[in-house]
Design a protein around this ligand. Sequence first.
Ligand code: 13P
Length: 278
Amino acid sequence: MMTNLAAVLPKARQEHYAIGSFNVYNYETIRGVIESGQEMNLPAIVAFGENYLVNMDVSDVAGIVKAMTARHDIPVVLHLDHCKSYDHIVQAIRAGFTSVMFDASHLPFEENLRQTREVTRMAHAVGVSVEAELGALAKGEHSNEEDAEQIYTDPTQAARFVRETDVDALAVSIGTVHGMYKGTPKVDTGVLKAIAAEVDIPLVLHGGSGTPEEIVRECIRLGISKINVNTEISMYAVEQMSALVSGAKKPHLSQLSLSEVSYVKDVVKKYMSMFANV
Ligand code: 13P
């Protein structure tokens, strides 16, 4: 069944677990995420970022996700990840995305608030959930995201932002990075605690890759209900596939495609299990 963030995340925040959101860019990654959810009997959030519009069109993503979801019996959220363009948001919704992240976090606070409120009003009119972001994550290693300076989310601004935009979930910046950590992660759970005291909607942690399990658990206990993972899935699958193609007997491309699905599932299932059992 296709569903949205508003239907699955509030329960996660109340009951202190999180739902993983995993980035997809092709048939194999989509299949890896949905089959992982089915095998673990957990909801799957299939996240397709605006960055990857060069890989796939939103209507192709929606077509594959809808067809696969119909063959399974878990809730599936088709979520547009990190999107700065209003036009792309509208195109994704029209194609059948059930959820969108409008990311105007690079804009001044008042402008982020104003634009996010407009997107939320339009998306809610057609039953689509909205995630927004306040603050900015730095970029670690091997990430496909843009470079950015770390800016922690301000708890007081977060309270006003959520009240005035009516978003369904808020991505916060507390020290995780997009990509792999360069040294020891410096996650400030004090900032998260202060945000959670001001904001009662589900909170989202970006930069899940490589975040130590004890930090993940603490964040979930403090109100994180959705955790995004991208880089680690890509790194692991590419490493494993490199080993396969550098062997003496070259695999057939169809075999390589099946291996890719299986490597994606290895990482997705590890994180699904960590996020569900706190
Ligand atoms: P990682 O690449 O660090 O896992 O972050 C993913 C993410 O936050 C996508 O929105």
